[in-house]
Design a protein around this ligand. Structure first.
Ligand code: 1GP
Length: 260
């Protein structure tokens, strides 16, 4: 546990260090694209790579993970769209329970089916309360999950859902507007959820600019996840890391002032 990836996330989050996960959808990249992203992740020191998709139509996940494991210096974490995306080549997996929805398969059913494979895989398992937030258009994840997302102007529903997830033992809460969302998760909702839970908070979906990222981090996201925008322009990873580093250096200065 002490050397686990979760422990690392927890320590950084407790120190209020902002973190960046770059999401790779294996359906949307080729070998060259994965290597380009891996090189930028190493160069600018993004914190994690997430990989997975709501629906994978290619069999590129295994190759993608192999390339990543051979090239990146950061944890590679599966963000699975379904039970077929459990793969031993990664370091860890977000074991998602879709707590914003009322689809029993995504709350517990698929987990029962996947449990023996997960146990054998050797992956570090990170139980994650996964919450879909309304985002201005029907996203793949909302359609595929057959659930209704939490309305974006209802931070109290989001907070109660996150609190329930934490009380049930989820080690992470992930608020997702869905890949390619028109609107990212509103800062007001992130702030509300942050003030009601202690476990690390992941936020993603529709983050396209450094300003979007800063707003989410400032509102209390510990880890932001960016997929589409870095697929379209991999160099965006550099600007995101620069924003993260600027925010973290302010946090460091505040911390030193307080401890002096
Ligand atoms: C989606 O949170 C992720 O599940 C990332 O979304 O692709 O819109 O960055 P984007």
């Amino acid at each position: 546990m002490l050397n686990s990836i979760y422990h690392q996330i927890r320590i950084l989050s407790d120190q209020k260090k902002r973190q960046l996960a770059v999401l790779i959808d294996p359906d949307k990249v080729d070998e060259e694209g994965v290597m380009r992203i891996a090189e930028l992740v190493n160069r600018y020191r993004a914190d994690y790579i997430f990989t997975g998709g709501s629906l994978l139509t290619s069999d590129f996940l295994g190759t993608c993970l192999k390339i990543l494991k051979e090239t990146v210096h950061v944890p590679v974490i599966i963000f699975p769209g379904n039970t077929m995306q459990v793969h031993p080549e990664a370091d860890a997996i977000l074991l998602l329970s879709l707590i914003s929805g009322r689809n029993p398969e995504l709350l517990i059913g698929n987990h029962v089916i996947a449990a023996p494979g997960l146990k054998k895989s050797g992956l570090e398992i990170m139980p994650t309360g996964y919450m879909l937030i309304e985002s201005g258009k029907l996203t793949s994840v909302v359609y595929m999950s057959n659930t209704i997302p939490i309305p974006s102007d209802k931070p109290d529903i989001a907070s109660c859902t996150a609190m329930a997830g934490e009380m049930l033992g989820m080690r992470l809460i992930y608020m997702d507007a869905g890949s390619g969302a028109v609107m990212p998760v509103p800062a007001r909702m992130i702030r509300h959820v942050r003030s009601n839970i202690k476990v690390p908070l992941i936020v993603g979906g529709g983050i396209r600019t450094s300003d979007d990222a800063i707003k989410s981090w400032d509102a209390g996201a510990d880890i932001i996840v960016v997929g589409n925008a870095t697929e379209h322009e991999p160099e965006f990873i550099g600007r995101l890391c620069e924003s993260r580093d600027n925010l973290n250096s302010v946090t460091n200065r505040e911390y030193h002032k307080l401890t002096r």
